[in-house]
Design a protein around this ligand. Structure first.
Ligand code: C2E
Ligand code: MG
Ligand code: MG
Ligand code: MG
Length: 292
């Protein structure tokens, strides 16, 4: 790191820097071990129609329970994995595992829902995205219409022409593309007109502010209105209480995700719950409101 800052620039060493560096290298090494020992898992969080009628899809979220450290948050280890390119190997595992789980659900009757996988910017740059995703689907036997990909707004900003082409090919197969953490990345609105996008996921920051600050409230409403005009779907993430839910509903938001509805859960828990409920509440298997 320090070397990159160029000749003649010296940083004063602080003990904190040393311990941050140690933690970084420790986690990097431990992630390699975790990959080799198959120690990562996925959790799944439902995204539902705001009227409660249907589960639209599940977001796959990676989890790491370290034998000595306990749970380590993705917000701590994903950036380290991205920085070191280990994200490519971890990302391979995440996509395969998410597709495997979705295929099992599909075969068990949850065929109208989707699995959504987060992709990091590094993964968009270093691969033939189309080949990579299709190979995983084909290997596992999952139809592309069961997959959605989430790309953060900040990665969306500097997509290469090649990546845009790859995303278009994936979309033509029936895969849905979402911009994640929308509203935090300062993208220009023309991106929405020109890039392959189906869904905007409004960042939870906006949701948490909406009931306290009318400006956030109005931003959400404009995003909902704009999306309607552009034929995009909108998901609001991070709904934690009824007040937020009611407000979002009144602002025209249709799809919601958050602790109020469900925390991310293990696959066993999801499968159990949804498949059982599908007997008495058909709508919970997905009524076809999603995808269009
Ligand atoms: P994200 O993609 O925006 O995922 C949503 C995050 O919000 C998840 O955190 C989820 O647990 C959390 N969340 C959901 N509902 C609520 C709520 O009501 N309140 C609050 N406070 N939080 C809520 P998580 O799992 O810790 O993941 C954090 C971020 O790490 C993700 O944000 C994503 O950027 C990244 N990440 C997680 N899993 C993966 C993965 O498999 N691959 C990649 N590349 N990134 C991942
Ligand atoms: Mg996401
Ligand atoms: Mg998000
Ligand atoms: Mg987020």
């Amino acid at each position: 790191r320090a070397k990159k800052e160029g000749r003649g620039i010296y940083r004063i060493y602080s003990p904190e820097m040393g311990s941050n560096m140690r933690r970084y290298h420790y986690l990097l090494e431990e992630m390699r071990v975790a990959l080799d020992t198959n120690s990562f898992t996925l959790s799944f969080q439902p995204i539902i129609n705001v009227d409660g009628s249907a589960i639209s899809y599940f977001e796959a979220l990676v989890r790491w329970h370290h034998p000595a450290e306990g749970s380590i948050a993705p917000s701590e280890f994903i950036p380290i994995a991205e920085d070191s390119n280990l994200i490519l190997k971890l990302g391979d595992w995440i996509l395969d595992e998410a597709c495997r789980q979705m295929a099992a659900w599909y075969n068990a009757g949850m065929s109208k829902t989707r699995i959504s996988v987060n992709l990091s910017g590094v993964q968009l740059k270093h691969r033939s995205l189309y080949q990579w995703v299709m190979a995983s689907l084909n290997k596992i036997g999952l139809p592309p219409s069961s997959l959605m990909l989430e790309i953060t707004e900040s990665s969306f900003i500097d997509l290469s022409d090649n990546t845009v082409d790859e995303l278009n090919k994936l979309r033509n197969e029936g895969i849905i593309i979402a911009i994640d953490d929308f509203g935090t990345g300062f993208s220009s609105l023309s991106l929405l007109a020109n890039l392959p996008v189906d869904v905007l996921k409004i960042d939870k920051l906006f949701v948490s502010q909406a009931t306290k600050n009318t400006k956030y409230n109005k931003i959400i409403q404009s995003i909902a209105d704009l999306s309607k005009q552009l034929d995009l779907k909108v998901v609001a993430e991070g709904i934690e209480d009824i007040e937020q839910l009611e407000l979002l509903k009144s602002l025209g938001i249709v799809y919601i995700q958050g602790y109020l509805i469900s925390r991310p859960q293990t696959s066993a828990h999801v499968g159990d719950k949804v498949l059982k409920q599908s007997v008495s509440h058909l709508s919970m298997t997905g009524t076809g409101v999603w995808p269009p």
